[in-house]
Ligand binder design. Structure first.
Ligand SMILES: [Cu+2]
Length: 270
């Protein structure tokens, strides 16, 4: 090979490296979870770090996608067996947030940190935790850069037992940074009320666990984390309407939910 040809090949190689770098800078595609009534479709690997997670409900029922990190020695089957015996928090497993209740046809997205380990995705709506298969995946330390969340428009704080917003949510795309001062674990489901329905209708409907027509559309909020210092970001497009923030976490040692003891808030977006 003459020098000229070698130099050309080298130039082409360097150019292609440059292109690869440009692609890498745009970031990896989001971790995409598709929920159906038969279970979840999602990759079986994810790089550790702050990750952009997209959740699409292709089913006919409301679903959610909670990430749970399993302790060493516990399999997905072990976790599900404990849940079937009635445990909401199988010992040693850590809730790692995820996208909350999401109506059929709705897509939700968030940014949240994942650490190396074995995980499952599980839906707790309407007994799906006992009837619908969980999805297992592995989080690996690959050195991949964090997915950077967009700058927040609003900060939402989850306290015992109320939601605080540092400013009003507006119509259009909003990024909500969600913190949990607690001191208990919390979640926030976001609903848009259908015309003529009230918060009371929604609370009653969530208690019934029946197939009665829903008074609201579930837009996909964020689920709880054992690590309450965790900050997550939610991005959502809002049309004008009446919305409800609702926490369905159980009050310890009771059959009440946080919504029952006041953790529910109606907001209007103009
Ligand atoms: Cu709560």
């Amino acid at each position: 090979m003459n020098i000229g040809r070698w130099a050309t090949l080298l130039a082409v190689y360097l150019l292609s490296l440059g292109c690869q770098r440009q692609v890498a800078d745009k970031g990896a595609p989001p971790f995409r979870i598709v929920a159906t009534d038969a279970g979840f479709e999602a990759p079986d690997r994810l790089a550790a770090g702050l990750r952009h997670i997209v959740f699409e409900n292709h089913g006919t029922e409301i679903h959610e996608g909670m990430l749970v990190k399993l302790p060493k020695g516990m399999s997905a089957a072990d976790y599900v067996a404990a849940v079937k015996k009635g445990s909401l928090f199988p010992e040693g497993a850590l809730d790692y947030s995820g996208l909350g209740l999401t109506s059929p046809g709705v897509t939700a997205e968030m940014w949240s940190r994942v650490d190396p380990g074995q995980y499952i995705i599980i839906c707790w709506n309407k007994g799906h935790d006992k009837t619908t298969p969980v999805h297992s995946f592995t989080v690996e330390e690959t050195g991949a850069a964090d997915d950077r969340p967009p700058k927040e428009d609003v900060v939402m704080k989850l306290f015992d037992y109320r939601f605080e917003l540092d400013r009003a949510l507006r119509r259009g795309v909003q990024v909500i940074r969600i913190e949990t001062p607690g001191p208990n674990m919390h979640e926030v489901d976001i609903y848009r009320l259908h015309e003529g329905n009230t918060v009371e209708d929604l609370k009653r409907w969530r208690k019934q666990h029946e197939d009665s027509p829903s008074p609201a559309e579930a837009l996909g909020g964020v689920l709880d984390s054992h690590d309450i210092d965790r900050i997550v970001w939610l991005r959502k497009e809002f049309v004008p309407g009446r919305y409800v923030l609702h926490c369905e976490m159980p009050v310890t040692n009771t059959k009440l939910t946080h919504a029952d003891v006041g953790m529910v808030r109606e907001i209007e977006i103009k």
